[in-house]
Design a binder for this molecule. Structure first.
Ligand code: MN
Length: 152
């Protein structure tokens, strides 16, 4: 290797890249959370932010639904991944049968496909919800899921 090339290589290896950043740990007790708004949820849902959209436009939350609780009908502009962490719940896509989801299950809700998710009438469920923000929004809310629709 020529001296100039060696010098350049050493300089590149020694200099930290201009974009270098440090790892960041958010402690569990600092995550916070709140009861989901009655405008968008039926029953008691606890919604805890997990991470904001610092990684491209992707954010995540952790949601716990007590028995009988569920989201309103809604869509996601870029879709949504649900990763069930505990319990047993229900998810339903508009026009299709309600389906059971259990701890360990992963649900892909495609962009603009109307759906709801929540607990069953007798069991609670918790899941991570991971979605991307498009034009400032990650969700478009519709009407509440009626007791009749929920019970089907
Ligand atoms: Mn959803």
């Amino acid at each position: 290797m020529k001296p100039v090339l060696i010098a350049l290589t050493v300089a590149l290896l020694a200099a930290p890249p201009a974009f270098a950043q440090s790892m960041e740990i958010t402690r569990a007790e600092d995550l916070g959370g709140q009861i989901g708004s009655a405008d968008y949820f039926s029953g008691t849902a606890y919604v805890a932010p997990v991470f904001p959209p610092v990684m491209h436009d992707v954010s995540a939350g952790h949601v716990t639904f007590l028995p009988g609780a569920r989201s309103a009908w809604h869509t996601h502009p870029a879709g949504q991944m649900l990763v069930v962490t505990s319990g047993t719940g229900w998810v339903q896509e508009r026009g299709q049968e309600r389906q059971v989801i259990q701890a360990g299950d992963v649900v892909w809700c495609p962009p603009d496909v109307e759906h709801w998710h929540g607990a069953t009438n007798t069991t609670s469920v918790s899941h991570y919800a991971i979605q991307a923000t498009v034009n400032g929004s990650a969700v478009s809310w519709g009407e509440k899921v009626t007791d009749a629709d929920y019970a089907q």
